[in-house]
Write a protein that binds this ligand. Sequence first.
Ligand SMILES: [Zn+2]
Length: 413
Amino acid sequence: MLTPSDATDRLHAEIASREPSMRRDLERYVNIPTGFNHAPGLDELRGLVTERCRALGAGVESVPGDPRPAWVSPPSPGVGGENADAAGAAPPSVICRGPNASVGPSILIASHLDTVFDPAGPFTRFTLSPDGHKGFGPGVVDMKGGIVIALHALEVLAACGFRVNWTYFFNSDEETGTYHSAKALLQEAPRHAVGLATEPALPGGGLAVERKGSGQFLIEAFGRSAHAGRDFEKGASAVYALARAVTAAEGLTDLPRGVTVNIGPLKGGEATNIVPDYAAAWGNVRFPTPADSGRFEAGFSRLNTGADADAPRVRARFTLNRPAKPLTPGTQRLAEFAAETATLLGQSMTFASTGGVCDGNLMQAAGLPTIDSLGVCGGGLHTHDEWIEMRSLTERCELFARLLLRLTEAWKA
Ligand SMILES: [Zn+2]
């Protein structure tokens, strides 16, 4: 009979022995280009992670991607998160259902395969710092490192004979707003007792326990063009109309409460001597509570002039893309449980709030207590200096494995 400390010693030793293979997996996964909805790379990585889940006895379900509203994408996107374009086909999600469905609470793990990096850009390969402490590469911390530690944690638990009731959800469009996979995730989440996502840890191993929500909008103005010199009064400027609407949208800001409205990119007009007949502004809002999204819904719909109004007309569209993730009692309890687990390992885990959004927002909105920054440690997310602290591979793998084990033994819904 194994004592609890024998069992956790074995887990520790098994994870330490896997460090070289974790490093190899990380390098391999980072070198597969999965940004910009690059289908060959996404398919390859999806195939690799699915195969590993299958080898652990999981049944695999592929869910076709839903379409993304075309208006959400600005005409010339830059690199940088939710606004980056997702051209091409809607990628599928895969749901890998582990073999121990009758053992303990059901745990939903979620990771995204995509990154924000252009496969044809300058940042495509994994490299190690001269002292070996840091690894650099596209998605190395957000979140290929997180995928590596979660897969190894599941494999180590199985190798040590521990049974955990897990399901692993992989999507391919988190960085572009999860439009293709939100429905699949929202349908899956309520079947489980707790949710864990492998987003990068906050600095110092911190856990994001509270996240804002996020929405996208497009305001368009339709005017009437005319020669700016000869017939100015016959024209109706779409740019003036857009400017007034944009100022009204700014009025939805409430900085003391953390409600923000970001405008851009925008476009309008073609030449200085033509009254512009079309102008458009895209933007993003962030907000702390679920009620705020209703206020935005109403605020943007008030900007609409109606389809048969005189020029210039205004049409405003708003879509909620990540519900707010306030700190709920269930998530608070789960976060404290994770922090106790970290303490058992001699690690520290602080709690923080962030304006950044992720799929944890969706999981919690579906009723699942969720913590979502259980991935690896590092920095420079979404930049060409993105890096991972290499030793966090084993440390965070052990934290993840012990958390799965302790949840299985002791979590009560
Ligand atoms: Zn991420």
